[in-house]
Design a protein around this ligand. Structure first.
Ligand code: FDA
Length: 396
């Protein structure tokens, strides 16, 4: 294709948000072209949730999102809710289940969600242009010109749905942020979110040996707290609790971890002292905590005064308090290489929260992860993609 083709809407990015937007715009009778440099649409959907896609969360509310403007997401989330998406999944007969904490996963495969979206796009004749490089975007009379390796399109509306920077190996680029700047929008600082922590160099050898060990904890950082599982890895700390707090963590911060939430640990240790006074406190703790962890904590504490009989109530309570408020200073995070999301993005100040349209450039929209709205772990990021995509699709 060499000539310029006219269409109502060009959507950049065939991810969750871009496809949802194309469907909604197509249902309004708009002609839509979705352009992506990937070989297949919805690649992040395909790999999400271990291949089963945690497509939404039953308990999704605006409180599950991080943004410079915490109110921004309210309108879109309300006008296309998790229940609206669940209705579509049910209508398509995709079997699903709640895994935990309201998180909904496909019973079968994430590919079923992608097939639902691509079929819906086909039904409204939305055109999908894959393996297409986006070369230049400019404003022309009455809209936008999108020059690509597959030809040039002129459209009244342009929807930027190119996602964040996470997992560059899968085709993530900064195109959306660059376009935002090109059109005069501010972009807030971006950083990796929902990402494993790495050990500080002085912890690597001793703590890395606990790799594979997992336990339920209560973790907090900068005012946010999550009670979920924590996983030790060779490189550092992962698991849902750590991924969640990583979105609130800044370099130099420590993470506070309650290693025994909901347990009366002091009472347990005192009872052990009465029944086997010669045992070490770390042996006693190994009945509540994973043994290898208790052993490692003992190594860190040193061998002095560890016999239960030698410990006063005050000493026991001090040790227990240390485990309830165990502080780790991560060396860093694994960064965009493995992050599930990108925090920050296109500043919401100049975006209409009902339509996702720019207030600086009429017809220009930003949706999904490229916007400064980032969800907690558990299906909230896809819900934001569906909700913001639907909002733009009803207006673009
Ligand atoms: P998305 O990244 O999906 O799509 C952007 C599209 O733009 C891509 O197709 C890309 O190829 C294209 N693009 C980018 N730059 C381009 C360029 N220069 N030219 C052309 N095309 C370009 N969330 C959740 O709610 N539940 C879950 O289970 C998971 N699981 C999960 C696992 C893993 C491993 C990751 C990395 C992420 C998740 N997420 C998640 C997060 C979720 O995948 C993410 O928030 C959404 O996919 C964002 O949707 P978008 O459509 O905004 O971007």
């Amino acid at each position: 294709m060499s000539a310029t083709t006219k269409t109502d809407v060009v959507v950049l990015g065939a991810g969750a948000a871009g496809m949802m937007c194309a469907i909604e715009a197509g249902r309004r009778g708009r002609s839509v072209v979705v352009i992506d440099h990937a070989q297949a649409p919805g690649e992040k959907i395909r790999i999400s949730g271990g291949g089963r896609c945690n497509f939404t969360n039953l308990h999704c509310t605006p409180a599950n999102f991080i943004s410079n403007n915490p109110h921004f997401a309210i309108s879109a989330l309300k006008s296309f809710t998790q229940h609206d998406f669940i209705d579509r999944v049910k209508a398509r007969n995709i079997a699903f289940h709640e895994k935990t904490l309201g998180q909904l996963f496909c019973d079968g495969s994430a590919r079923e969600i992608i097939a639902m979206l691509t079929d819906d796009m086909r039904e409204v004749s939305a055109q999908l242009e894959l393996t297409t490089a986006i070369l230049e975007i400019s404003r022309v009379d009455g809209g936008f010109q999108t020059r690509t390796s597959a030809g040039t399109w002129q459209s009244q509306s342009l929807v930027v749905a190119t996602g964040g920077k996470s997992i560059p190996k899968m085709g993530a680029t900064a195109l959306g942020y660059d376009l935002a700047k090109q059109f005069g929008h501010a972009v807030t600082e971006t950083r990796a979110g929902l990402v494993p922590f790495t050990w500080a160099s002085n912890m690597h050898d001793s703590w890395g040996s606990l790799s594979g060990l997992s336990l339920d904890v209560h973790a907090s950082c900068n005012g946010a707290a999550f009670g979920e599982a924590m996983l030790f890895t060779h490189r550092g700390l992962s698991g849902p609790a750590m991924l969640q707090v990583s979105s609130y963590w800044r370099e130099g911060d420590s993470v506070a971890i309650d290693l025994t939430p909901g347990t009366d640990l002091a009472a347990h240790v005192k009872a052990e002292r009465a029944s086997r006074p010669k045992a070490s406190i770390w042996t006693a703790l190994g009945e509540v905590l994973p043994k290898r962890l208790a052993q490692q904590l003992g190594n860190e504490a040193g061998e002095t005064a560890s016999r239960l009989a030698d410990l006063s109530n005050v000493a026991i309570e001090e040790i227990v308090a240390g485990l309830r408020n165990f502080r780790i200073m991560p060396g860093g995070t694994e960064g965009y290489r493995t992050a599930e999301v990108t925090l920050g993005g296109v500043d919401t100040a100049r975006i209409n929260q009902k339509t996702m349209e720019s207030s600086l450039v009429p017809g220009l929209h930003f949706i999904g992860e490229v916007v400064d709205v980032t969800g907690h772990l558990g299906g909230h990021n896809f819900q934001w993609a569906w909700s913001s995509g639907a909002a733009a699709g009803r207006s673009a």
